[in-house]
Ligand binder design. Structure first.
Ligand code: NAP
Length: 319
């Protein structure tokens, strides 16, 4: 089913980037439509990755901290107040290479939206281990963000899973809070850059369990141990832990944009000159184009930039 009206801007994704773009473009009278996603346990649900966190203590303006889901609800309310319209649906397909962009939704009518411009803010998801109790204990001892949650593990027994730059960077960061950080890595060598390896391995607070995989996270209300498997000795055992940071990589939610929007080798959308993509009238903001900072505040900032870039582009190109 196609709605004939051509919208000025359709925003795909409703994390901090998409919602900030919605607030700014609504205040600029662009009548934005936000396709917010569908409720699920993944980071591609309405509100994005912050819906999976508990307390957010580093978003400016909230000295007492704020719960991730509450922050996202407030941003959405602010966008609605200025006239943004939300559609609770997923995007299944896009055609962004033409002058009028077409966006198909996952509803039963397969609604097709038309737009002069599109802001992509579909975010990224942490790659997870997919082992027992991982999703249940996410936010209760299992985390995917040391910057967000490290503070809660002061003087606790914590581990980081992975052997890439992210894992080593998180482990080094976490030594600020913990007396000991154990890196759990499935092989006998790190993939991370040499300099990060040197830093991690020379840090007295960091221990490494090589050739070790996590088989399960254990705990009723919060994490208290993990079941480990040493794949060299073929041995399974329990290991006490208060916190485990899964840092085995991120993957941007860009599948539906492939072969249209230019991406780097890891699937992140390439932006130039602000938030412009390779396609006229298509902009990207937040984690979908940022593998460096990955913070709610940086995503919100780039959402603001995308709305401003879109407004300028519409003024210059659509009469
Ligand atoms: P990555 O380089 O892909 O490393 C992922 C790590 O997780 C690897 O050690 C991998 O093990 C492990 N892993 C993957 N799947 C696993 C599984 N199912 N179970 C257990 N372990 C698993 O990802 P990243 O560390 O997030 O880095 C992504 C990119 O960003 C890289 O290019 C990196 O250099 C860059 N980065 C740079 C910086 C920096 O320069 N400061 C910081 C962060 C990231 P194997 O080694 O056995 O495959």
């Amino acid at each position: 089913m196609s709605t004939d009206a051509v919208n000025e801007v359709v925003i795909i994704g409703s994390g901090p980037a998409g919602l900030t773009a919605a607030i700014y473009s609504a205040r600029a009278n662009l009548n934005p439509i936000i396709v917010e996603g569908e409720p699920s346990s993944n980071s591609d649900q309405p509100g994005g990755q912050l819906m999976l966190t508990t307390e957010v203590e580093n978003f400016p303006g909230f000295p007492e901290g704020i719960l991730g889901p509450e922050l996202m609800t407030r941003m959405k309310d602010q966008a609605i107040k200025f006239g943004a319209k939300f559609i609770t649906s997923k995007v299944t397909k896009v055609k962004l290479t033409d002058k009028i962009k077409r966006i198909w939704l996952s509803d039963e009518n397969e609604t097709e939206l038309l737009a002069h411009s599109v802001i992509i803010s579909t975010g990224a998801k942490s790659i997870m281990l997919n082992v027992e109790n991982e999703s249940r204990l996410l936010g209760y001892g299992v985390s995917t963000c040391a910057t967000c949650d490290g503070f809660f593990f002061r003087n606790k027994n914590i581990a980081v899973v992975g052997g890439g730059d992210s894992a080593l960077e998180e482990a080094i960061f976490l030594t600020k809070f913990a007396d000991k950080v154990t890196i759990i890595h499935r092989r006998d060598a790190f993939r991370a850059s040499k300099i990060m390896q040197q830093r991690a391995l020379s840090n007295e607070k960091i221990d490494v369990l090589w050739n070790t995989e996590i088989r399960a996270f254990n705990g009723e209300n919060s994490l208290n141990s993990v079941t480990l498997f040493n794949n060299l000795l073929n041995k399974e055992y329990e290991f006490d832990l208060d916190g485990a940071f899964v840092a085995i990589g991120h993957s941007p939610n860009t599948e539906i944009f492939q072969n249209q929007v230019l991406m780097d080798e890891n699937g992140y959308i390439i932006t130039n000159n602000g938030t412009k993509t390779n396609l006229e009238g298509v902009f990207a903001c937040g984690d979908v184009q940022d593998h460096m900072y990955k913070q709610a505040i940086t995503a919100a900032g780039s959402g603001c930039a995308a709305a401003i870039d879109t407004e300028k582009w519409l003024n210059n190109n659509i009469s």
